[in-house]
Design a protein around this ligand. Structure first.
Ligand code: SF4
Length: 432
């Protein structure tokens, strides 16, 4: 029996680093301190046992060798005129680097799961920058915490305990008692149920509400109507006073803000609000990143290509224009004629029209797990689990890079090995 302490969790953007893992005979027998989501992933479930292929989408999968699957994957991608390489968020940074190399080799478009969550945040950060901090600073200092369109009780179960609400820190010895917690959301979530104040906002009115808060903050309450987005002017003024009085205020926003009407302009406006609040106290804002290394893909893609996501290599040099080059733009226009989905589940999270197009074109899936993308795949290549069976680097939601150690030895090849072989085969097929 072996015990690994201070292990990292490869599930959500919190990347908790205090887990204890018990292993025996190269099997994980116990996961301590993780939430249910993290423990379930580390213990393993729905693993794909062997590579599989099928002639068309209606036939059954047949098990094949890794070489056969890799050859077929390379043939699909090499013969494609507009290949899409999508996913990446549940893989380590070392995998991202290999994926970007393959995209360049193919002249493909490479995009990650942020396209259906926080890519609008990236656009806003281009325009306004990001007044932010580490989660450690929030733990040690925050006295007012706002969750806007995010529900950590379900999506990031240990966020509140480790960093933002219940955690006691150097300047926040009272923990929960010393913090005012506010939830702004269209529905009363479980996070709202444990907040000090719940502000119910009308669907699609976030931009207007943030603008009203900014007007009140800058002394122009007279131009604000009596009700904005279903919230009374009195409640908005109270919220401004609470935020203004904070020593250290932290806003954590989720897809309720990024994927509702206004999209990146909501985030742009929220960043401006936080910048203006910094005239009164210290204030920070942070996206609640979902997958544990979705932030890492943005980092690697930025330093490799100059852009954080949705990069098109078809022109011979990186080109980026979300709205044109993001995964769903391509799929909705039925422009892509082959796709590789790796470490992400397009089948579960993309709009129906995009999935319908995926169901019509050749799809290669590289993933440890059977998931809805498997149902639209032609070639399925199972891999080792990054962060459990493979060591490497990931970026937590606050941009802190953390090093994962291997918990057990892999029983499948790694994503890196598969990507290297596909790239090598693509070069051979193209006579390079
Ligand atoms: S909160 Fe997230 S990172 Fe932490 S244990 Fe749960 S799933 Fe893992």
């Amino acid at each position: 029996m072996a015990v690994i302490t201070d292990a990292l969790c490869p599930f959500c953007g919190c990347v908790c680093d205090d887990l204890t893992i018990v292993t025996e005979n190269n099997k994980i027998t116990e996961v301590k301190h993780a939430c249910k989501l993290g423990a379930a992933k580390i213990m393993g479930h729905h693993r794909i046992k062997a590579p599989m292929m099928r002639k068309d989408k209606h036939s059954d999968f047949k098990e094949v060798s890794y070489d056969e699957a890799i050859n077929e994957a390379a043939a699909i991608l090499a013969s494609s005129k507009r290949p899409l390489l999508y996913g990446w968020a549940s893989a380590l940074c070392e995998v991202h680097k290999k994926g970007i190399l393959l995209a360049e080799e193919l002249g493909a478009i490479i995009d990650n799961t942020a396209t259906v969550c926080h890519a609008p945040s990236t656009l806003a950060v281009h325009e306004k920058g990001l007044p932010t901090s580490t989660l450690g600073q929030v733990k040690n200092r925050a006295d007012v915490v706002v969750f806007w369109g995010s529900n950590p009780v379900h999506a990031h179960p240990r966020h509140m305990g480790r960093y933002s609400v219940f955690a006691k820190g150097f300047f926040s010895e009272k923990g929960r008692k010393g913090r005012k917690v506010i939830v702004v959301d269209v529905r009363k979530t479980d996070t709202a149920n444990i907040a000090d104040e719940y502000i119910q906002i009308q669907q699609g009115s976030d931009y207007m509400v943030i603008s009203a808060l900014r007007a009140i903050l800058s002394g122009h309450a007279d131009v604000v109507p009596e009700t904005v987005g279903g919230i009374s002017k009195e409640q908005l003024s109270k919220l401004v006073e609470t935020m203004k009085a904070a020593r250290f205020g932290a806003v954590f926003f989720g897809m309720g803000l990024t994927q509702s009407q206004g999209r990146y302009k909501n985030i742009d406006n929220a960043i401006s609000l936080i910048t203006e609040l910094n005239s009164f106290g210290k204030h920070v804002i942070m996206p609640m990143r979902g997958h544990y290394n979705v932030a890492g893909f943005g980092q690697v893609c930025s330093w490799e290509t100059g852009f954080a996501t949705a990069v098109d290599f078809s022109r011979g040099a990186p080109y980026y224009n979300p709205g044109e080059t993001a995964a769903n733009d391509l799929l909705m226009r039925k422009e892509t004629d082959a796709a590789m989905i790796i470490a992400g589940d397009a089948g579960a999270h993309f709009p129906a029209d995009s999935v319908r197009h995926l169901a019509k074109i050749p799809v290669v899936q590289v993933d440890p797990y059977w998931n809805p993308t498997t149902e639209v795949a032609n070639v399925v290549i199972p891999v080792a689990i990054c962060g459990v069976e493979v060591e490497g680097t990931a970026y937590r939601m606050d941009g802190v890079s953390l090093r994962f150690r291997k918990m057990i030895e892999p029983t499948h090849p790694t994503d890196i090995e598969i990507l290297e072989k596909i790239t090598e085969r693509v070069r051979e097929l193209r006579g390079e």
